[in-house]
Ligand binder design. Sequence first.
Ligand code: HPA
Length: 390
Amino acid sequence: MIAIIGGSGLTELANLEITRRKIVRTPYGEPSGPLTFGRIGTQEVVFLARHGYGHTLAPHEINYRANLWALHAQEITRVVAIATVGGIAANLGAGTIAVPDQIIDYTWGRPSTYFEGSEQPVTHVDFTYPYNEDLRRLAIASAKDAGLGIVDGGTYAAVQGPRLETKAEIDRLERDGATMVGMTGMPEAALARELGLAYAHLCVVVNPRWWRGMAVRDVLRMGHPVLREKAKPVEHFGTAELRDLLQDMKDTMAAKNGAGLAAPQIGVGQRVVIFGVDKNPRYPNAEEVPFTVLVNPKLVMLTREVEEDWEGCLSVPGMRGVVPRYIKLRYSGFDIEGDPIERVAEGFHARVVQHECDHLDGILYPQRMTDLSRFGFNEELFPGEELQDE
Ligand code: HPA
């Protein structure tokens, strides 16, 4: 029989036909909860929610020894452990599933062996390859069959938690060779090995950590849920976090040759936009717009008059559409140190500001269009021209 240990957010399996639940006691105390027995298709499985059924146990409070012992006592031979992780390697974006092949253990103070106490012989299990390769292959093949993209291999850093790591700590984990970080992988994997259970990890990336220190960030594309959300006002000015965000936004905008960028476009739901267009001989028609950083912006339209013109967006790459915008407005807000900014803008400058501030309310330019016949691909609309996006 196979056991599935569910991680954060996975306290039940949707397709599990439950046959019974069983409370198991062990010489090491109580497991995180009762074991749930059932079937997925024809496969008999036992399920255990690692953090308890109401998600009440922090990673360092989990009785790993009792959990694995309880499963072992059910004549289980294989354990697929599902866990959420932070992605450190650049290919581990949010939602990616990874099946690591190595572990580095940074946890401390967790009872992590069955081989202790006067009745137990000292035993050093081989843990060179911490995961069972056959079970890894099976997990990878099944995920592929189910149409899920999967990253085969990687090194799981098991950290103590429950807090998340500092930037320097993630830097260190990366230097150590870790590609993902989680809080529950150890001693779980080692205890499974001590009991002779085949063990593999299915790691779901919930928060990519790889962008830290890497200035050019991926720009989210239309359809991504973050682009539809209303961003939150910045509450604290002059912080290192805000400076880092601004640096990333500037570098990303420069690398992608954009005319503007809003924080949600790089996945940060805060009310921060930047924009600016230099006089550039490559774009003789683009009016100059002063480089501006605007935090918590407010717009006041100074006219009802609108004008239509083409727009592009880094979140709608390769496309252009005609968008009506107000031709004159006053914008106000703050720079990242909290100093106020107020300006009147017209024409292209006013257009760029409206486009960027729309991002903070979850609006992309196609939602402002009134005539979709003037929406299309750059290469078809403007063959041979180089264009800037916002
Ligand atoms: N760090 C540690 N554990 C985690 C993380 C993280 O960023 N995300 C999910 N589990």
